[in-house]
Design a protein around this ligand. Structure first.
Ligand code: SAM
Ligand code: SF4
Length: 448
């Protein structure tokens, strides 16, 4: 979601005549797009701001803006920071060029955020966001031929630990026409893969006249767009709503990637209840079994929070059991971080010591690593199709050593990361590769 917002903001700034530079040294203005999901993400922003404050001592003209969820959460408090000139919430990013131009010209501090975040978005606000979104429907700046497309904004689920409903506001599904028009435009610019975004993207619902559109409808319509070859969607919430229809659509349509990111968060029913997740571990596993029955080669990824208030060793062991049974391709595991305004923070003591959270995090990762290793090993010797993203994480080394055949990175339809040597001209193209070695999270290959 934040990558998309960053792409939209950079693109609108470029359209307004700004140029993007690679370092603060060359910049007249710095914008930091922020996340509030865990405290650690916010601490990193504060530390960046400390650094920028130093720079501003010798370059007082440098304009610094904080945009996104942290701007919405902290509002005027952020303006008290010596480095900060602009504070702009996620719903106000359509105004960013205006704010930046004015601040550069007049040197005044500016703040624009949503006053009452849980109130319904007004028609004017929705229109501004829609116009912004569709006018700047560009691809990901860093990954050629790929783009994110927002299907839904906000969230109404109020999981007890989560700040998203308080910074992104109420859940709204975008009109299907706007989404598909945007995908068409992206396809015209050479985009081959789109990822539909929503906090509970499987709950996408848009009523117009007699018809209620769901995610499966969007997948079918996106599939008809010429030029688009792979379609993904994240994140799915473990609920029955539309689940079967989405999976049948995935099975039927070759363009819809056989991949599901469906966080469980915990394997303990007691903790799931306390988290306000509306399912049990048993129900969750049934959904995975159903997904595998309908789409046999589906790859499934999950998220977990360890150390949620009241999580005992027995609760944690239930999570370990669930991970073993779920056989995820990979998992994102987070240590519980209390977030202001959330029910968990207001009502429950953060009673699992940090040391215990760390140990559980490491243990769960180790359990998952074994499973990922087994699943990856199945690829050995096989040929797979990847969409090439560009140079791998060690580009300097590889380009320097091997300029015509550097190490590239690509992803399979099921989201496996593959590294192999090949010409950089393959970036943004599909390639066939043969897997020669595997590790838990990376497959190694040669061009087939
Ligand atoms: N909407 C998605 C869902 O419901 O699965 C997840 C969105 S959240 C931005 C991404 C992940 O961050 C969650 O799946 C959860 O595991 C983690 N997360 C959210 N709040 C957290 C918190 N307070 N502490 C630690 N992890 C958290
Ligand atoms: Fe947060 Fe829950 Fe909404 Fe996901 S579904 S964004 S975890 S409140």
């Amino acid at each position: 979601m934040n990558k998309l917002d960053t792409a939209l903001v950079s693109s609108s700034l470029k359209d307004a005549g700004f140029a993007l530079v690679d370092s603060v040294k060359e910049a007249d203005a710095v914008l930091i797009n922020t996340c509030s999901v865990r405290e650690h993400a916010e601490q990193r922003v504060i530390s960046h701001l400390g650094h920028l404050k130093h720079i501003k001592e010798s370059r007082p003209d440098l304009v610094v803006g904080v945009i996104g969820c942290m701007a919405q959460r902290l509002g005027a408090k952020l303006l008290e920071h010596k480095a900060v000139d602009i504070v702009c919430g996620p719903a106000q990013i359509p105004q960013i060029t205006k704010l930046l131009t004015e601040t550069l010209r007049q040197r005044k501090e500016t703040i624009t955020i949503t006053g009452k975040i849980r109130r319904k978005t007004t028609q004017n606000e929705s229109r501004a966001l829609e116009d912004f979104e569709s006018a700047y429907g560009i691809g990901d700046r860093y990954i050629p031929a790929q783009a994110f497309v927002r299907a839904m904004r906000g969230c109404d689920n109020f999981c007890a630990y989560c700040i998203v409903p308080f910074v992104r506001g109420p859940e709204v599904s975008r009109p299907p026409k706007a989404i598909i028009d945007q995908i068409r435009k992206l396809a015209d610019t050479g985009v081959k893969q789109i990822t539909l975004l929503g906090q509970r993207v499987n709950a996408y619902k848009y009523q117009t006249g007699e018809k209620t559109y769901c995610l499966a409808d969007l997948l079918r319509m996106a599939s008809d767009v010429e030029g688009i070859e792979w379609i993904r969607f994240v994140t799915s919430y473990p609920a029955e709503e539309f689940f079967d229809e989405i999976l049948h659509t995935m099975a039927a349509l070759p363009k819809v990637c056989n991949y599901l990111h469906i966080p469980a968060q915990s394997g303990s029913d007691k903790i799931l209840r306390a988290m306000n997740r509306h399912y049990t571990a048993g129900h969750y596993l049934q959904l995975l079994a159903k997904a595998r029955a309908i789409v046999p080669d589906i790859a499934i990824a999950g998220d977990f929070i360890v150390g949620f208030p009241g999580e005992t060793q027995i609760d944690f062991e239930a999570t370990v059991e669930l991970v073993k049974k779920a056989r995820y391709k990979n998992c994102f595991i987070f240590k519980y971080s209390p977030r202001p305004d959330t029910t968990a923070d207001k009502r429950l003591a953060d009673d699992v010591p940090l040391e215990v959270k760390k140990i559980r995090n490491i243990e769960l990762l180790a359990v998952q690593e074994k499973i990922s290793n087994q699943l990856s090993a199945d690829f050995l010797g096989k040929e797979v199709k990847v969409l090439v993203e560009g140079l791998s994480k060690k580009p300097h080394l590889n380009v320097a050593e091997n300029p015509d055949n550097p190490q590239l990175i690509g992803r399979t339809e099921t989201d496996y990361i593959v590294v192999f040597n090949g010409p950089l001209s393959l970036a943004g193209q599909f390639a066939k590769v043969k897997i020669t070695k595997t590790s838990p999270l990376t497959l190694f290959a040669e061009l087939a």
